[in-house]
Design a protein around this ligand. Structure first.
Ligand code: E4P
Length: 215
C-alpha cells in the first residue's frame, strides 16, 4: 500500500518524508488556501521535496478550462498529478489528459458508479472520501470495498486512493480491503506509530538495561 500525505503544509510534508515511508502528497484548494502562499509556488515547493506523485487540483469546472489549468499544473514538475473533480466536464477532461499521458486524480468520489466512470475515462487515481461519507451516516469503507470489487471485476488500472481519512482504523480497513493508496493527514501519521504497550514495554526494557553492561 502506498502512503500519501494529505496536506499542503511543507513542514508537515518534510516531517512525514523524514519517516522514510512517504510515497506521495495530495492537496486540495482548501489545503492550499491554509498556506497563505500562491498555488503554483506551493506545488513547486512540494515537488522539490517529494519524488512521488503530488496531486494539484484544478479549480475550473468546464472541460477546456480544466484542460488549460491541468496542462499548466503538469508543466510545474514531472511528478504533478492533475486533480479533477468528479463531474461530467471533469471526466471529459480526464479522457483527454489520459490520451496526452498526463496523470490524473479524480476527486470528490462518493459512489461506486462515479468510480466506474472515472476508471472508464482513464483516471490514474480515484479518490473516494470515506470520512465525509461517515459524517453523513453512510459507510465510507463500504464504498472502498465496492470499488475494489468493481475494479477487480474488469481489471481497471485506476488506483483506489482512499481519501478523507480521519483515524487509524480507516487506514487499517482500507489496507484489509486492498486499496492501493491511502492519503493520510499529518495528525493520523502521528497516531499510527503509537501504542501504549510499546511505550510502557520500552520504558521497562530501558530500566532493566541499566542493570547490565553493554560489553
Ligand atoms: C483528498 O485528496 C482530499 O484532499 C482530502 O482527503 C479531503 O479530506 P477531508 O474530508 O478531511 O477534507
Amino acid at each position: 500500500m502506498e502512503f500519501f500525505i494529505d496536506t499542503a503544509d511543507v513542514a508537515e510534508i518534510k516531517a512525514a518524508h523524514e519517516l522514510g515511508i512517504l510515497d506521495g502528497v495530495t492537496t486540495n484548494p482548501s489545503l492550499i488556501a491554509k498556506t497563505g502562499k500562491p498555488f503554483k509556488a506551493v506545488v513547486k515547493e512540494i515537488c522539490a521535496i517529494v519524488d512521488g506523485p503530488v496531486s494539484a487540483e484544478v479549480v475550473a469546472t468546464e472541460k477546456d478550462a480544466i484542460l488549460k489549468e491541468g496542462r499548466e499544473l503538469a508543466k510545474l514538475a514531472k511528478n504533478v498529478v492533475v486533480k479533477v473533480p468528479l463531474i461530467a466536464e471533469g471526466l471529459k477532461a480526464v479522457k483527454v489528459f489520459s490520451a496526452e499521458g498526463i496523470k490524473t486524480n479524480v476527486t470528490l468520489c462518493f459512489s461506486t458508479n462515479q468510480a466506474l466512470l472515472a476508471a472508464k475515462a482513464g483516471a490514474t487515481y480515484i479518490s473516494p472520501f470515506v470520512g465525509r461519507l461517515d459524517d453523513i451516516s453512510q459507510d465510507g469503507m463500504e464504498l472502498i470495498d465496492e470499488i475494489k470489487t468493481v475494479y477487480d471485476n474488469y481489471d481497471f488500472a485506476t488506483k483506489i486512493l482512499v481519501a478523507s481519512i480521519r483515524h487509524p482504523i480507516h487506514l487499517k480497513q482500507a489496507a484489509l480491503i486492498g486499496a492501493h493508496v491511502a492519503t493520510i493527514p499529518f495528525s493520523v501519521f502521528g497516531q499510527l506509530v503509537k501504542h501504549p504497550l510499546t511505550d510502557s514495554g520500552l520504558e521497562k526494557f530501558l530500566a532493566d538495561a541499566k542493570k547490565f553492561n553493554w560489553d
